[in-house]
Design a protein around this ligand. Structure first.
Ligand code: ATP
Length: 267
């Protein structure tokens, strides 16, 4: 199975700060990865590299077979879907939900004189339906609830039929019902063999959808542990990555974690 993402000894430095250090990681096309780590561990920076938006200071990043630095990133970017709060903020609030999804076919936000094929319209409608937001197609993006926005954003990131889909904290800000609906939609995406390779960044094991196959634990910009989720997601690894003694439970394809009784606070 070919790698859609291949990072070799990637280091990212900004001034005197090392954000990612000597990080090696491969994602294959049939894999569904979760990236977990405490605040500041480097998760968002990692997605910036994985989406071709940031070049390594040292090391190599190969995305969809093309090495960053030796390839046209503008050709590459439509082939990699990214959904993040920062990108959502750039969506004009006066744009209709339908256009938010449609414009992704052209890698832009804000509808501006592009003409759309009927095929694009059908695909946008199908994606909105798949994420349970087809009834909102004519609403303005700015009038949606947080949960509705997240689902529209994921539909948007799938519009260009990417080979790799990166989701940065898609459940952040959702209430319990909204989170569970999103986890259900992502579980379906994970199960569908036609789906692209998936990478989901989160802080919470409760947000890991069933069907995700691999886990990367980041700590201080380095790989703390990585591999098949059943092997890597242990109380010991999680406690080490988050610097707090944690208990971990697993049932019905889902995980929960909480601090061990009497655990000292982390530093
Ligand atoms: N341009 C920059 N210059 C200096 N430090 C930076 C820069 N960008 C990010 N950092 C630092 O790098 C570290 C990793 O940031 P990043 O946003 O990747 O972490 P994260 O794991 O996504 O965090 P969170 O869970 O809080 O979203 C943080 O300590 C951050 O302050």
């Amino acid at each position: 199975m070919t790698s859609v993402l291949d990072l070799q000894a990637v280091t990212i430095r900004r001034g005197t700060t090392t954000i990612l250090e000597d990080l090696s990681w491969q994602v294959r096309e049939d894999e569904r990865w979760v990236v977990l780590g405490r605040n500041g561990a480097g998760k968002t920076t990692l997605l910036q590299v994985a989406s071709g938006r940031m070049h390594p200071t040292r090391g190599t990043a190969t995305l969809l077979g093309s090495r960053l630095g030796a390839t046209d990133v503008f050709e590459l970017r439509p082939r990699i879907g990214l959904s993040s709060a920062a990108l959502a903020d750039r969506i004009p609030s006066g744009e209709t939900v339908k256009d938010v999804v449609l414009t992704a076919a052209y890698g832009v936000t804000g509808r501006w004189r592009e003409s759309y094929e009927e095929l694009d319209e059908t695909r946008a409608n199908d994606l909105l339906a798949a994420f349970g937001v087809a009834h909102l197609a004519q609403r303005y993006f700015g009038t949606l609830s947080e949960g509705e926005r997240k689902r529209v954003q994921i539909a948007r990131s799938l519009m260009s039929d990417p080979e790799l889909l990166l989701l940065d904290e898609p459940a952040a800000g959702l209430d319990l019902g909204g989170r569970e609906e999103l986890v259900g939609a992502l579980a379906e995406l994970a199960r569908d063999p036609r789906s692209p390779a998936l990478v989901l960044v989160t802080h919470h094991v409760e947000e890991i959808p069933p069907g995700f196959t691999h886990l990367l634990l980041l700590r201080g910009g380095k790989v703390f542990a990585a591999g098949p989720i059943g092997e890597v997601l242990t109380a010991e690894n999680l406690s080490g990555a988050f610097d707090v003694p944690l208990r971990l439970e697993h049932g019905d394809g889902r995980w929960t974690a909480h601090a061990s009784a009497g655990a000292a606070s982390r530093h």
